[in-house]
Design a protein around this ligand. Structure first.
Ligand SMILES: *Cc1c(COP(=O)(O)O)cnc(C)c1O
Length: 383
């Protein structure tokens, strides 16, 4: 049998070894070091924001971003239901409760019309803040998740956010390198943007995350919370119960090397997506999930929808058959409103995400996927 084709594996083509060696040679491997500062600056520059804060993973980035946005126990946070569970868990860590929002059917991103209807019909503004009328609870943040290397309708969300006094915290764990209306995700005037450098993302540090902020003061507050709220390093004075969420210099070194390659990786991902999109035109029953016309997607995880009535196989059957041919593929995440971990949370809509869970399949799209292997995947998709 031919070599297995994985779904998405990391790619190291640049200065990773050199920068890691520098850490080990100099002894700067831990939670402070030149690469941490450099990675934070490089991240901010890459996404056209003001200041980056490097942390241990994307989940801790989301947690800190929500805390710095002022989210507190008992608050409500609007969040995509179609996402990896980390988004919803980060809300729970603050003691707040998620209000899940369905995806729109066309691009699989958060459905802004549902957010708008909820805020207008079920909430009221008091002293510049928004409260859910039925429960009296404050709507403390809107956390859209830009899924699959694309972006949701940020301008519409920013307009609602400013009208209702609700900060927008982006979960951009899958959206590094994505552009919306000509500017990178991270550049738009949201409260904060969160990234992940887990092994399956477009860039990886092994495990890692970052938040980018448009002002240095808030970034400093986030850094303090990531550093056990250490207010006096010599005397061990800590002003709050905080977290040890800092990214070690070793991982930041990886991050610096990986970021240098982002433009090339984005191009590779887009070329892979374009080849799939082209091939799918002649495969009835399979349809790509595309980026919206406002978005230049990276197609971080290239995903198709299967119509079993036309294709002759369900999504789960397709995943199993590809697996037998040594080709790794997978369904999307169980939507949060169906997750046992978040049972009982409110959902606005939900049918679209539920349907995508049933019908969507992500295909191999590693940066290093070559055309021969991709042709093998395409050949296996053809009926
Ligand atoms: C990967 C991912 C995260 C979490 O990132 P980690 O670095 O694994 O903690 C959060 N949200 C989404 C949408 C993700 O895909």
């Amino acid at each position: 049998m031919s070599e297995p084709i994985p779904l998405s594996v990391p790619e190291f083509r640049g200065n990773e070894w050199a920068y890691l060696k520098e850490c080990i040679d100099t002894g700067w491997v831990s939670s402070v070091g030149a690469f941490v500062d450099r990675f934070e600056a490089d991240m901010a520059r890459t996404v056209d924001s003001m200041q980056g804060v490097a942390v241990v993973n994307g989940t801790s980035a989301l947690h800190l971003a929500l805390l710095t946005a002022g989210v507190k126990a008992g608050d409500l946070v609007l969040c995509s239901t179609l996402t990896f569970i980390a988004s919803a868990n980060a809300i729970r860590y603050t003691g707040a409760e998620p209000v899940f929002v369905d995806a729109e059917a066309e691009y699989a991103q958060i459905d802004v019309r549902l957010i708008e209807a909820y805020l207008r019909d079920e909430c009221e503004i008091r002293d510049g803040q928004t409260f859910e009328k039925a429960s009296g609870r404050r709507v403390a943040a809107l956390m859209p998740v830009h899924v699959l290397g694309m972006a949701g309708d940020l301008d519409a969300m920013l307009a609602l956010g400013s009208e209702f006094g609700v900060p927008v915290v982006e979960d951009a764990a899958e959206a590094l390198g994505v552009r919306y209306k000509g500017k990178p995700i991270g550049a738009h005037p949201t409260f904060a943007t969160c990234f992940s450098f887990n092994g399956n993302k477009i860039l990886t540090t092994g495990g890692g995350g970052a938040i980018t902020y448009h002002d240095r003061e808030t970034a400093r507050a986030a850094k303090r919370l990531a550093t056990q709220a250490k207010d006096d390093a010599l005397e061990y004075i800590h002003g709050d119960v905080a977290y040890n969420y800092r990214m070690p210099n070793l991982l930041a070194a990886m991050g610096c090397a990986q970021l240098e390659q982002l433009p090339e990786y984005v191009e590779k991902k887009q070329a892979i997506a374009n080849r799939y999109i082209d091939a799918l035109k002649s495969i009835p029953g399979l349809e790509p999930i595309l980026a919206s016309p406002d978005t230049e997607g990276t197609y971080w995880l290239f995903t198709i929808k299967v119509d079993p009535a036309v294709y002759g196989e369900t999504a789960r059957e397709l995943v199993a058959r590809l697996g037998q041919a040594g080709i790794q593929s997978r369904p999307l995440w169980q939507p949060m409103h169906l997750s046992p971990a978040h049972a009982g949370a409110r959902i606005l809509g939900g049918e679209v995400a539920t349907k995508l869970f049933e019908t969507a399949v992500s295909l191999p799209c590693s940066v290093g996927l070559n055309e021969t292997d991709q042709e093998r995947v395409i050949g296996a998709l053809r009926p």
